[in-house]
Structure formats: structure tokens, C-alpha cells
Design a protein. Structure first.
Lengths: 217, 217
DNA sequence: GTTTGTGAAGGATTTCACAGCA
DNA sequence: TGCTGTGAAATCCTTCACAAAC
């Protein structure tokens, strides 16, 4: 079973494209954007490989799962390839997200300026505590978790971002699943159980550090 | 980026233990801690597998790279196994870390309460801006990046945490490498180039989201 | 009876190497 | 000539299945 860098094992879903390949696609998009804004029009798998410290063959093979985007003897058109990859990943539209947990971390997440430019729009904020529900934080009126299902439907929310303390995280994730959410980004330091068909990614700096120390001890 | 999370690709290092295995070890440590504080004394690979949604065989194989920690017919002693794994990972000591970049993100990182209990001690804070250097933030007197090498040696800093804007990140990472740092946790949204022998992990929630949307589009 | 540890088998992913095209 | 796209080979990782241990 697959495990992202950080953590978060997660279930196999549809399609015959390996999960690892899907996870590399956003990297390609990112460097293509860089090259594009540096004015470069064409790029080879060799150049991409150098930039990402991976083999050109792997890049070509990855891309070949989705089509034939290059021209022999020349390489890939930077703008075209970026646009194709964005479309494959579903990044040619915006996605609404709800943040659950309005403590220190949740506040940082709702005010993080990196999501919106990439098309991820935080649309609602939730918390369990009566002290916070109803207050306005970073422009969001904080809602009770009991409102989750209703709001998810009304605002067409597709992504749940979990920023609650670890001892409530599994419960909140259950609520998200119950509300019909299929994609969850989890900041709490645990490996939650999710049913098949729900995609879970974890953000856990401690886990990353804990595997690095193996190599330096 | 492999990560990590979602992400963070990174170079092959010493040892014959697969990198993926090393990355799972912290997960085992984490659930063992949970079971231990729930009072459970013995655990089977079956139970661990259920908890982490992976096969018992994989857990046994992973552990077998490092020794024979279980007892047939019984399972693993929770406390003993946790302690062995911590020792293997180098988690039976503390590690000093420097945070570079004292903007919004860097401030959140230095005041994040999740590092110290796991033995990761933020010991110094750096920034490039003259407006901030010399000021005290969260108890740290912010130092100039020109002080990096000196401070890394003086305070025995082994880990660099990069929280600078993306357009300075590669430069700062070069400085860290130059200062002798071998482990870098990168919060900036790019895939930096690092020489062999330097371990890099990336924390990038956007990258995680961008690979999730593939499955929901 | 239960569960580990592990060779061997099976599957998945990466790399090779080259035909084919611009 | 230069570089892609891709079967085939090589490598890496996971799962199987069972002997050994408790």
C-alpha cells in the first residue's frame, strides 16, 4: 500500500496509472510553470530530469500514461504540457475546501495565502467549541461541526482540511466522510482509518523529521 | 518529493534497508505509543496492520530488517518494540534544529508545540532581512544568515528548517549545505537541488491537494 | 492453537536501449 | 542529429505460505 513522503497510507483507486506517477505530476506542473515564466518555450525530458533530480526515462514513461505530448528531436512545448497536466489533474478549475478546527493551526491554514492562487478556495470554517462557533475568524463565520453536511452540500465543498487536536481527529474525519467528503488533508499527527474510496493525505513535519534522523545517527 | 505527504523526492543513501521501510518506522512508533498508553502490553502484526491499514506481512518484513523483536504465538512487547524502533531511528536523543525565515510561516514553526515533545529542539532562528535580525521572536534573538555556519557549529545544530519565500529557498538551502547541515525540512513550494548525502523532505500541502484532485475530477 | 520470521513468488516500478520521427 | 515513446529487462517492493517457536 502506498505511503506519501510524509505519511498517510491510502487506498488504491480506479485507473491503471500508478499512484506514484500521479503524485509526481504536480512536480512537473510546478517546474513547467517556472520554466514558462522564465520564458522558455520548449523543454526536454533531460532538462526536466536534471531540474527534478530524476531520470529522463522516468519522466517520459510517466507522461506516456496520458498521451504523446512531445515532439521527437525537439522536446515538449512548456505551455502546452503544463496545460495538459493541469487538465489531467483536474487543476483547470477551482476546488472548495472546508477547514475543521479553528485553533492555532486552523487559523494558520485559513489565512495561508498559498491555497487560493492554486485554485483551492477555503469556503467554510468549523470548530467543535461553543466558545468559537459564531465568531468571525479571518473573515469566516465559524460554524458548528453539526452544520458540516448541510454546508458541504450548499457550498459544493469537495475537500476537508483537518486541523483539530489529535484526540478529536478520527472523529472529525468520520464526520467528513459521513458528510460525503472524498478528499481529506489531515494535519493531525495520527494515521486515521478511512473507508475505501476516500483519499487521505497527511501533513506531518514530525514524521518527516523522524525518518531523516535514521540517516544522520 | 516522495511526502510527503505527500512529496519530496530524495537521494539514495547508505544501508540496504529500503527508504520506504525507514519512512514507515515512525508510523509504527506512533501507534505503539498509542497502544502503550492505552495499557496494552503485547501486540500482533495483525493488530498493527489493522490499525495502519497495511498487511501484517509487510510489518513483519519491515521489522525483520532490524532484528527479531517478536515472540511466536504471542506477538511483540509494545514497550520493547517502541524503544527498539526509536533507537534504530535515532529518536532516543534530542536533535537541535535551526529555523530559517521569520515571516508568517517561520514564526508558526518556531512556536509550534509539536516538535519539542518529540525531541526536536528549535535552537536558533535566522532571517535575511535587516529589519528583523536582532529582534526577539518567540524567545529567539533572530540572527543574520551570515551567522549560520558559526551558530550551527556552536549549538550543534543538525537539522535546518526552511521557511523562507520560494524565491530565496534554493539560496538558503545552499547556505545550509555549505554550513554542513545534512538534513533539511523544506516548507517552500519548490523541489530544491541538493548534493548527494543531504537528506531533504518537503512539506507542501498544495502538492498533496494537487494529486488528490486527480481522483475526484 | 497462535503468531513470528523468512525464503520464494509475485507484482509493481524504474531503467535500458533503440526504432521512429522531426 | 536530437529527442520522444515504448517494449523488454532489470530492479525494487510486497505478499504468500509455511517451518519453527512459544
Amino acid at each position: 500500500m502506498a505511503n506519501s513522503n510524509n505519511n498517510s497510507g491510502n487506498p488504491i483507486l480506479e485507473s491503471d496509472v500508478p499512484e506514484v506517477v500521479i503524485q509526481r505530476l504536480p512536480l512537473y506542473v510546478r517546474v513547467l510553470t517556472q520554466f514558462s515564466s522564465a520564458g522558455q518555450e520548449v523543454i526536454s525530458s533531460e532538462q526536466l530530469g536534471t531540474r527534478l533530480q530524476m531520470t529522463p526515462a522516468q519522466i517520459r514513461k510517466d507522461l506516456s500514461y496520458f498521451g504523446r505530448f512531445g515532439k521527437q528531436g525537439r522536446g515538449y512545448d512548456v505551455v502546452v504540457l503544463e496545460s495538459k497536466l493541469r487538465s489531467i489533474l483536474g487543476l483547470d478549475r477551482t476546488w472548495n475546501a472546508a477547514v475543521i478546527g479553528m485553533g492555532r493551526l486552523g487559523r494558520a491554514v485559513v489565512s495561508y495565502p498559498g491555497f487560493a492562487p492554486e485554485g483551492f478556495i477555503v469556503t467554510a470554517a468549523f470548530d467543535a467549541s461553543d466558545d468559537i462557533v459564531g465568531k468571525t475568524i479571518s473573515g469566516f463565520e465559524v460554524q458548528s461541526i453539526s452544520q458540516l453536511k448541510k454546508t458541504v452540500v450548499e457550498l459544493d465543498i469537495k475537500i476537508g482540511i483537518v486541523a483539530v487536536p489529535v484526540d478529536h481527529a478520527q472523529e472529525v474525519i468520520n464526520d467528513l466522510v459521513e458528510a460525503g467528503i472524498k478528499s481529506i488533508l489531515n494535519y493531525a499527527p495520527l494515521s486515521p482509518l478511512v473507508p475505501d474510496g476516500v483519499i487521505l493525505r497527511g501533513i506531518d513535519p514530525v514524521l518527516s523529521l523522524q525518518s531523516m534522523t535514521y540517516y544522520i545517527s
